[in-house]
Design a protein around this ligand. Structure first.
Ligand SMILES: [Zn+2]
Length: 251
């Protein structure tokens, strides 16, 4: 069994280390803060051997250099990360990466940035999704376009519903406010929003989140739902998605 260690990083990022006890390998999922990752790995008694980046933003790959200098870890990343650090292995949709005997499938989730990827580990039932999808939200569309982003979300929707999504930020309270505005009649969403408010009041994390729950409540994954299409317009799901994304940007 892979072990996953999650910790807060920078102002609202989450850091993730995954560790395979059999091989002794440890992968850093993104590197918001190199020093914090090294400190957390040390506290766990783990040595970082790999870095798996999801996209090139500095709060995801800015710690690569510091970690490689300290550990000699191998960087696995989409091509765009070369803006920040050299890459040992460039990966894209359909590639597989391994930690010990565990395999992760690389999925194209471009839209927040071009070249954004997610890592899905089917035998552990988890996916590291970076800034593509959040609990009740999705990333801002900085580089991509709506059809591309919607297609990316379709790939996430196609994962097994029990998959736990490890998103890279604690944005859930703000996302819940917009989700309730976007889809006010959704009872499952109302219940989820109440749970989130209670968790945040206790300073608890809302990450990871289960895909099955997001499918029922996350407006960005539900742009093909007739009720959302009617409220937000768009004759195709990617148009409804675009209206929702613009609505959130201006909310
Ligand atoms: Zn980002």
């Amino acid at each position: 069994m892979l072990k996953i260690h999650q910790f807060p990083c920078l102002s609202d990022n989450y850091g993730f280390l995954i560790h395979d006890p059999d091989s002794g390998e440890t992968a850093a999922i993104d590197t918001p803060d190199g020093a914090e990752y090294l400190k957390q790995a040390k506290a766990m008694g783990w040595q970082i051997t790999q870095i798996w980046n999801t996209h090139w933003h500095p709060d995801h790959a800015g710690g690569n250099k510091a970690i490689v200098e300290a550990t000699g870890a191998t960087i696995i990343a989409p091509q765009e990360v070369d803006k920040l650090s050299p890459i040992d292995r460039v990966v894209s949709h359909g590639d597989e990466v391994t930690i010990g005997a565990h395999t992760a499938h690389v999925i194209d989730v471009g839209g927040h940035t071009n070249g954004h990827i997610a890592y899905h580990l089917p035998d552990s039932g988890v996916a590291f999704v970076g800034d593509s999808v959040f609990a009740l939200g999705c990333g801002r569309m900085f580089e991509g376009e709506p059809r591309q982003f919607w297609n990316s979300l379709q790939r996430i929707k196609g994962l097994p519903p029990e998959t736990m999504l490890y998103c890279a930020h604690e944005y859930t309270s703000a996302n819940a406010k917009f989700a309730l505005h976007a889809d006010p009649e959704n009872r499952a969403l109302q219940d989820y929003a109440e749970e989130i408010a209670a968790k945040r009041a206790r300073d608890e994390t809302t990450v990871p989140t289960q895909l099955e729950r997001e499918l029922a409540t996350n407006p960005f994954l539900r742009a093909d739902d007739p009720a959302l299409a009617q409220k937000w317009g768009g004759s195709a799901p990617h148009e409804t998605f675009a209206a929702l994304r613009a609505g959130k940007d201006n909310f």
